[in-house]
Design a protein. Structure first.
Length: 170
């Protein structure tokens, strides 16, 4: 099937997003796909900044959350991209692969939380307490927000069959 909304090329880049083309929005196919709706990309930018750069989870925990969410939603785009990012920050292939199955320790706790959000659409009071004790209460909020953020991206990616970026496949 051919996507009705493939990633937008530089030649067709929306004028409303000219200031974002050389930043995050022009770097990845997911945002080039979202560029079909410039107002959404512009509104997305501040939340993306928090989730991707400023999360109380920190880089490693964020990647663990994203990997589990990508696995659960079935987004090969997000899985491949975040395997790449996880490796860049030193997360082992064994730890990455565990996010497809039964991870242990803190990663297992994070996987249980992501699973609860997908399966139950909430964290139980007990799981929230356990997460808060291990990660801090703000990190629990960021975990929930990260799962929501990457779920929306997964829905967009899969609906529009967004191709994995060539530099990631290389």
């Amino acid at each position: 099937m051919t996507s009705p909304r493939p990633p937008i090329s530089d030649a067709d880049w929306p004028a409303e997003l000219a200031d974002l083309k050389d930043g995050f929005a022009g770097q990845l196919n997911v945002y080039r796909t979202m560029a079909h709706h410039p107002a959404l990309v512009r509104a997305w930018a501040p939340l993306r900044q928090h989730i991707v750069k400023d999360s109380a989870l920190g880089p490693e925990r964020s990647e663990i959350v994203i990997l589990r969410a990508a696995y659960r939603i079935g987004s090969s785009y997000e899985w491949v991209h975040h395997v790449h990012r996880s490796r860049l920050i030193g997360i082992s292939d064994e730890r990455i692969e565990a996010m497809r199955g039964a991870a242990e320790g803190e990663d297992g706790l994070i996987a249980r939380a992501v699973d609860a959000l997908f399966d139950d659409h909430r964290l139980s009071a007990e799981l929230e307490r356990e997460l808060s004790a291990a990660l801090g209460h703000q990190a629990v909020f960021d975990l929930i927000a990260t799962v929501g953020f990457y779920s929306v991206l997964g829905y967009l990616l899969q609906t529009y069959e967004t191709p994995i970026d060539a530099d990631i496949l290389a």
